[in-house]
Design a protein around this ligand. Structure first.
Ligand code: NDP
Length: 332
């Protein structure tokens, strides 16, 4: 079987040459361990940050070792009382077709609550990031305007729908007319604006007749400067991600309009989902309920084949995904 190693620390946009497929022998699980067959892999923008050798909230990936990310896997051999053959788990594991893991560290998936892939999307990292970043940090109120960038992606698409559930007006920003159409006509956003158009700033202002009370920022840079220029008094900005600078060789850009925060007494707060480690089950329960009530939709872009994992990852920076980007590695 194969696993995927990081072989270079990319400068700027990563390429396929930064990844290497390495052949391995299927390992035998020891006592209290299980052998796991990977079914689906999650590719996530934050993984780009771990490719840099810098101090962060999470250590960098090591060169010539397997990358690690969200994996949905099936137990194919168990030497633990906690798991049986056929159980499905969702965990951070190596980007590998097989993993051996200590059973006590694994999270069993309830295959009846939603589709199993939902545990890597709306009920996993990205859905929970939307839930806590919007509802705990920004606390949108009925009638307020919530703007979200990266709106047609995994986190953003959930943020806009949660804003609607709370009675707010949802305005999305995304990078193609198809995504704009999807946000308005499929997800029920009140307005959406394509940031790649020359008319972006005018279109944005036209979509914000009552200004901005909440901005959920997934991208940073120029897009965020344009939104923050429209903040209302006591606006709240959740800093979730800054994908526009992840491949920049010059580092971060923005925020560049501090004056706007002074004038409006606005608040800006960053976070990582790890801050909410003990609250995650509450988020899963709430999101599951909205899914079952039909109040929340989620889409996944699923690339077939383990060999296409690097391309799926690189696609995040080109916007090829709608909703959560996953890779299907094997059938259960
Ligand atoms: P997405 O599914 O949103 O995929 C990334 C999207 O970003 C692409 O589809 C693309 O859409 C957009 N994009 C890519 N490059 C740019 C650019 N230069 N400028 C503007 N938009 C761009 O990914 P996620 O939902 O998984 O993540 C969204 C953000 O949330 C990321 O910044 C991520 O790092 C962050 N995050 C933070 C977490 C936390 O704990 N704080 C946890 C999880 C994610 P388009 O076609 O619209 O350009």
């Amino acid at each position: 079987y194969k696993e995927i190693h990081l072989v270079n620390r990319p400068e700027g946009m990563p390429t396929n040459d930064d990844f290497k497929f390495v052949e391995k022998e299927i390992p035998t699980p020891g006592e209290n361990e299980v052998l796991l067959k990977t079914l689906y892999l999650s590719v996530d923008p934050y993984m780009r940050g771990r490719m840099r050798d810098i101090k962060s909230y999470i250590p960098p990936f090591q060169l010539n070792e397997a990358l690690v990310g969200g994996v949905l896997a099936e137990v194919v051999e168990s030497r633990s009382d906690l798991f049986e053959k056929g159980d499905i788990v969702s965990n951070n594991l190596s980007w590998s077709e097989y993993n051996v893991a200590n059973a006590t560290k694994l999270q069993k998936v309830d295959p009846t609550a939603a589709s199993i892939t939902a545990h890597l999307s709306v009920l996993g990292l990205t859905g929970l990031t939307a839930y806590f970043g919007l509802l705990d940090i920004a606390k949108p109120q009925a009638g307020e305007t919530v703007v979200v960038s990266g709106a047609a992606g995994a986190v953003g698409s959930i943020v806009g729908q949660l804003a609607k559930i709370k009675g707010a007006r949802a305005v999305g920003i995304a990078g193609s007319d198809d995504k704009i159409d999807y946000l308005i006509n499929e997800l029920g956003f009140d307005a959406a604006v394509n940031y790649k158009k020359d008319s972006f700033k005018e279109d944005l202002i036209a979509a914000l007749p009552d200004g901005v009370d909440v901005y959920f920022d997934n991208v940073g840079g120029d897009i965020s400067d344009a939104v923050m220029n429209e903040l209302n008094k006591h606006a709240r900005v959740t800093v979730c991600g800054a994908i526009s600078s992840y491949n920049s060789v010059d580092g971060d850009v923005g925020p560049r309009i501090q004056g706007q925060f002074i004038k409006t007494s606005a608040m800006m707060k960053g976070f990582t989902l790890g801050d909410y480690a003990k609250d995650l089950p509450t988020g899963v329960v709430a999101l599951t309920q909205w899914l079952q009530e039909g109040k929340l939709k989620y889409d996944e872009t699923i690339v077939e084949g383990f060999e296409n994992t690097p391309d799926a990852f690189l696609g995040l920076f080109k916007g090829t995904n709608l909703g959560k980007q996953l890779v299907k590695v094997a059938d259960p």
